[in-house]
Design a protein around this ligand. Structure first.
Ligand code: ADP
Length: 326
């Protein structure tokens, strides 16, 4: 990769604006007519199961892959014809740690700074390390860092050239909960300073930290909006049921049997265990109530009407899109 001059800041109000993106590999469509719009300063969560096309979409957005169909802009530049210019303004963090393990933390950042032609590379590298709380670890070999610190170093490398957009592909996979929390604090700080962030994740708690989310399965975008919009638009009605006054093994067996029976009932779209409770969900309130009525007063079962969670909505969307595929 050749060094390029540090980019002038580019920040249109709509940072990602694409329509109908599609991509196939070996005749198999892995992204299918996907449209999305991300505004400046947003933290946009990109969710979906493994293999649903998130990485492929991210790679099309930053010009690393050319779509088979569809068009649009990233940072106001055409994703088909201005890929090279786009890449100069985007920080892309892949799932794999892509820095040099046998260089120190500082040496890795000096390398990135020179690669991007950043003026005063050593000063900028040190400032970036301090900003992300890595100041004391400059002399440590990158390969000896824990998963959480490696992720932080990778984020430093991404933001060091001063991008306008961060594309983070499952940045917290395999990172412990404390490091994940700190990472999200940093992401919010970066967004508050004007950076736009598109982040793919599997974790529901992370989805809830995003300003907006999009959910993709089998290459198709199934829903998008704020968490509240996604939940209320789903139209999903949820009841929870717990087994009371039984030892935990007996309670587990009772709930497992109940799951099998409810899954066969008309009006029940989904039954999913959450800790010691079952979530029983449906789209037709009356049909769902009729389905659970025979169990409502069974001894040892406590039923409550509950707000649907984002996870309920995603499991339901996933089940329905699998059914559509079949
Ligand atoms: P996700 O990021 O949601 O896990 P990906 O975009 O990585 O999904 O992959 C979507 C599908 O496309 C998967 O089935 C994957 O195996 C396939 N795929 C991705 N990249 C390639 C490639 N370069 N060649 C062939 N198949 C690919």
């Amino acid at each position: 990769m050749r060094g390029v001059a540090p980019p002038a800041r580019i920040a249109p109000d709509v940072v990602i604006d694409v329509e109908g993106l599609s991509k196939s590999f070996g005749g198999h469509k892995v992204v299918d007519g996907l449209s999305m719009r991300v505004e400046r300063g947003q933290i946009y969560g990109f969710l979906g199961p493994n293999g649903s096309g998130k990485t492929t979409t991210i790679r099309m957005l930053c010009g690393l892959l050319t779509p088979d169909a569809g068009h649009g802009t990233c940072l106001g530049m055409d994703i088909r014809t201005e890929a090279r210019r786009i890449r100069a303004h985007v920080g892309y963090m892949t799932q794999r740690f892509s820095l040099y393990e046998d260089l120190t933390v500082e040496e890795n950042l000096h390398f990135v700074a020179r690669l991007y032609g950043v003026p005063q590379p050593e000063r900028v590298a040190q400032e970036t390390l301090e900003k992300l709380g890595l100041g004391g670890r400059g002399g440590q070999l990158a390969g000896s860092l824990s998963g959480g610190w490696k992720q932080r170093l990778a984020l430093c490398a991404c933001i060091l050239p001063g991008p306008d957009l961060l594309l983070l592909d499952e940045p917290t996979a395999g990172v412990d909960p404390k490091a994940r929390r700190e990472f999200w604090t940093q992401i919010h700080d970066l967004a508050a300073s004007g950076l736009t962030v598109l982040v793919s994740t599997h974790y529901m708690d992370e989805a809830e930290r995003c300003h907006e989310i999009a959910y993709i399965a089998y290459g198709k975008l199934l829903t998008r909006g704020t968490v509240q919009e996604v939940i209320s638009r789903s139209g999903l009605v949820t009841w929870t049921v717990t087994a009371q006054g039984m030892e935990s093994r007996v309670a587990g067996l009772a709930l497992a049997r109940l799951t099998r029976e409810l899954e066969l009932c008309e009006g029940v779209n989904m039954v999913a265990p959450f800790g010691t409770a079952l979530h029983v969900c449906g789209h037709d309130e009356a049909a769902l109530e009729a389905a659970i009525a025979p169990y409502r007063h069974a001894p040892g079962l406590l039923w409550k009407r509950a707000a649907s969670s984002l996870e309920d909505v995603f499991i339901d969307l996933m089940n329905r899109s699998r059914d559509n595929m079949q």
